[in-house]
Design a protein around this ligand. Structure first.
Ligand code: FAD
Length: 404
């Protein structure tokens, strides 16, 4: 087994990097240092759903109860509705065993919960990685502030614009979806008492609006997807006027209940939706990728962070089985082969889910769209939510051992 003197650098202190740090410390029992370019850990003021497949990992890591306390479990299954609020289908929200149910998390809260599980002395803020290279003496990293260091291995959890990705020979072009989202939160006390504490999606006119509870029901997250070429003309995100969001869903063609919710929006920001084609490799020698750096996907299946959490468990499981530092490249290869297949399917599925919500391509035929959404619920539960990242990695390890 790699020892406690094995030094691993995790680049990026987002939700993926922090979970990786927890898993590598607790499961692989190596020394981890997290390098984050920002001067403090943080996230945008919006929500994220922690799904059953990630909760299974967080449970094993001893973090699930903290996440649950900070988040909100909806009071029932979610709903997909047409623009007037007529039910199309209910949504998957729990695993088959009904052990784990979606948790809505305010992103800054999730960062706080995860960061509290990492030794603060091992987090280096204000460290923007500018170069990484594997040499005989170890993996050399250099930061914009002039700091240099050498590690036994490096994990790139540095997001969609990953610098580490270049060191594994991957340079994917970002692909714009043609959609941006307006994002933000609403204070739940301003909504009617009987406002459903569930996830709701309204779909119509090639756009969609989603809301779900956060923070024990004190807040509601909203995400409104609209067609736009704005992110192609400059930055990929920015502040937005509430009025422009309201205009996107104005008129009698939309449910009054949605308008009731939207009246309580005081602030919003816009965010362009980009992904990339699945990479052809995630590791080279003692350098590996994790989270969005490895598999940026559109948000329509709510799986980006959840996959980063699964990655963390798989990475730690393979690393734990490495006998020495010399075996880390093989551990990373194994991690890569197990994880890439799953996330490639979800990258594709997320594009497809977005096309369904917004009635694009063949889903302009709403009968087809609605049929696919209805069966999608069961697929999501069995194929996505029931996945056990630890078991899959352990099974693969046994197989690797048998054929080694
Ligand atoms: C509208 C929307 C809704 C979403 N909803 C969900 C959801 O419900 N469920 C879900 O699972 N996913 C969701 N996602 C996806 C999710 O947000 C991402 O998958 C997730 O943030 C990826 O985490 P990460 O840690 O891999 O990357 P990031 O969050 O991008 O974090 C990367 C970190 O690395 C740091 N960094 C970058 N470059 C460097 C460098 N050179 N040196 C040092 N540090 C660096 C950054 O500052 C950042 O802290 C959604 C995405 C969007 C856009």
């Amino acid at each position: 087994m790699v020892s406690q003197t094995t030094r691993i650098a995790v680049i990026g202190g987002g939700m993926g990097g922090l979970t990786a740090a927890i898993a590598l410390t607790r499961i692989a029992e190596v020394q981890v240092t997290v390098f984050e370019r920002a001067s403090k850990l943080g996230e945008v003021g919006a929500g994220v759903t922690v799904a059953p497949n990630a909760q299974r990992v967080l449970d094993t890591l001893g973090v699930l109860e903290q996440v649950k306390r900070a988040g909100a479990v909806p009071e029932g299954h979610g709903v997909y509705q047409d623009a007037m609020g007529r039910l199309v289908t209910d949504a998957a929200w729990e695993d088959s065993a009904k052990q784990y149910r979606n948790i809505g998390m305010y992103r800054p809260d999730l960062i706080d919960v995860l960061a509290r599980e990492v030794n603060p002395e091992t987090i280096r803020l204000g460290h923007k990685l500018v170069s990484v290279s594997a040499q005989d003496s170890g993996v050399h990293v250099e930061f914009e502030n002039g700091v240099r260091d050498v590690f036994d291995a490096v994990v790139g959890a540095d997001g969609i614009h990953s610098v580490v990705r270049g060191a594994v020979g991957q340079f994917p072009d970002p692909v714009y979806s043609g959609y941006m989202v307006y994002r933000g939160v609403v204070d739940a006390s301003r909504l009617p008492e009987d406002w459903p504490r569930i996830s709701q999606v309204w779909m119509g006119n090639k756009r969609h609006f989603m809301c779900y509870p956060l923070q024990q029901g004190k807040l509601f997250n909203f995400v409104a997807g609209v067609p736009s070429d704005r992110p192609l003309q400059g930055p990929w995100s920015g502040p937005a006027e509430v009025g422009e969001l309201a205009a996107e869903f104005a008129g009698d063609g939309w449910d009054q209940s949605l308008h009731r919710f939207m009246r309580e929006i005081d602030e919003t920001f816009w965010w362009g939706l980009f992904d990339h084609e699945p990479l052809t490799n995630w590791s080279k020698g003692p350098i590996a990728l994790l989270g969005d750096a490895a598999h940026t996907m559109l948000p329509h299946q709510g799986q980006g962070v959840n996959q980063a959490i699964e990655d963390s468990m798989a990475l730690a499981t393979f690393l734990r089985a490495a006998e020495s530092v010399a075996e880390i490249p093989e551990a990373f290869r194994r991690y890569t082969s197990v994880r890439m297949q799953r996330t490639a399917i979800l990258q594709h599925g997320s594009r497809r889910a977005g096309a369904m919500f917004d009635a694009q391509y063949e889903f302009a035929d709403l009968k087809k769209r609605d049929a696919d959404l209805r069966v999608g619920r069961d697929f999501r539960r069995s194929a996505v939510f029931d996945y056990d990242a630890k078991k899959v990695a352990e099974r693969a390890l046994n197989r690797f051992r048998r054929i080694a």
